[in-house]
Design a binder for this molecule. Structure first.
Ligand code: ADP
Ligand code: DAR
Length: 343
């Protein structure tokens, strides 16, 4: 492999930290699955608008290529990989009273985690047979869910385009053909082995074999963050009785992308901020202060519409699940106060 020539427009962390010295040290390394540097950076090298630029093929990628990935992790999460990650999913520790009881700003709340199964390759390196076997294992575990969490699994293979497009439009299902995932090898054999589980009210959903092997999602209208969190952690605990999730003391829950390590949790609100949308200087000053990420109305790599924004915690590693949600909460409280002040 020759030293990769990232384009001058590419500002990814992979480009920043893959110096010639780092490259010479890791260029011939491979994990026991044979996952090498070329595949690790393929998405970032071919998508000039990548912010990160790497996807792991297995848990081992994080140690084999730590010379490149550790500075990426520390830059994104602000957490040194020499420390130990801590988890806390106890809803009783969560202090997030609804920040918008009158329903003036927050349209909906969603909290999701990424999970991958222990002793399996990640999506970028998994075989078709392993992916199909994993789908069956997850569907079997989901069939045990009862009460409010009870639901059905819908395989993407064979799903009508109308149903698929409606689920995507209504923010329940992952988009198709993401180019970052495509170049990472995460879309191989699509749509085989992919699908969505959801309960009757679509307040609890599980994506199977998109970027991560599971995205476990709780969502509902309004700003009752604690209710959304409680539903999610209840489901995770029940699923852990049948599934073992890949985890490490330093990196937390192992995910395809380093940005999702740790809690692998993204807690978001869809929130209407018409005043702040005209004062992006104030808006971004608050999101920077509270470590928030702004996404568009249809998720990552989309634009906001009608002054509605997807606001979520950016940090996932080095914070507990309770802290990640509270970080989002305090940022949303500050955004609402700033929005009111501009009335
Ligand atoms: P992820 O959150 O899994 O990283 P995306 O950012 O692509 O992935 O979001 C996935 C879907 O979830 C998108 O359709 C997005 O609009 C929707 N979504 C995210 N946050 C919320 C929210 N608070 N309320 C409703 N839908 C949401
Ligand atoms: N677009 C890729 C991934 C960034 C984080 N988002 C994820 N993992 N969905 C990039 O390198 O910018």
């Amino acid at each position: 492999m020759n030293y990769p020539l990232f384009s001058k427009e590419n500002n990814s962390l992979a480009k920043k930290y893959l110096t010639k010295e780092v490259f010479e040290t890791i260029k011939d390394k491979k994990t026991s699955l044979g996952y090498g540097l070329e595949r690790l950076i393929h998405s970032g090298l071919n998508n000039d608008d990548s912010e990160i630029g790497v996807y792991a093929g297995d848990k081992e990628s994080y140690s084999t290529f730590s010379l490149l990935i550790s500075p990426i992790i520390e830059s994104y999460h602000g957490f040194t990989t020499s420390s130990l990650h801590k988890s806390n999913m106890n809803p009783e520790d969560l202090d997030t009273p609804n920040p918008d009881k009158e329903g003036m700003y927050i349209l909906s709340t969603r909290i999701r985690v990424g999970r991958n199964l222990e002793n399996m390759p990640l999506g970028a390196a998994i075989s078709k047979e392993e992916r199909n076997r994993l789908e069956a294992m997850v569907v079997d575990a989901l069939s045990l869910l009862e009460g409010e969490l009870a639901g059905e699994y819908y395989a993407l293979d064979g799903m009508s385009k109308d149903v698929q497009n409606r689920l995507i439009k209504d923010h329940f299902l992952f988009k198709e053909g993401d180019r970052f995932l495509e170049y990472a090898g995460l879309n191989r054999d699509w749509p085989k082995g992919r699908g969505i589980y959801h309960n009757i009210n679509k307040t609890f959903l599980v994506w199977v074999n998109e970027e991560d092997q599971l995205r476990i999602i709780s969502m509902q209208e309004g700003g009752d963050i604690k209710e959304v969190f409680t539903r999610l952690v209840t489901a995770i605990k029940r699923m852990e009785s049948r599934l073992t999730f890949s985890y490490s003391e330093k990196l937390g829950y192992i995910t395809s992308c380093p940005t999702n390590l740790g809690t692998a949790m993204r807690a978001s609100v869809h929130i209407a901020l018409p005043n702040l949308s005209n004062r992006m200087d104030k808006f971004t000053a608050i999101t920077k202060q509270y470590h928030l990420q702004i996404r568009g109305i249809d998720g990552e790599h989309t634009q906001s519409k009608g002054h509605i924004f997807d606001i979520s915690n950016a940090r996932r590693l080095g914070v507990t699940e309770v802290q990640a949600v509270e970080e989002m909460y305090h940022g949303v409280v500050a955004l609402i106060a700033a929005e009111k002040a501009l009335d």
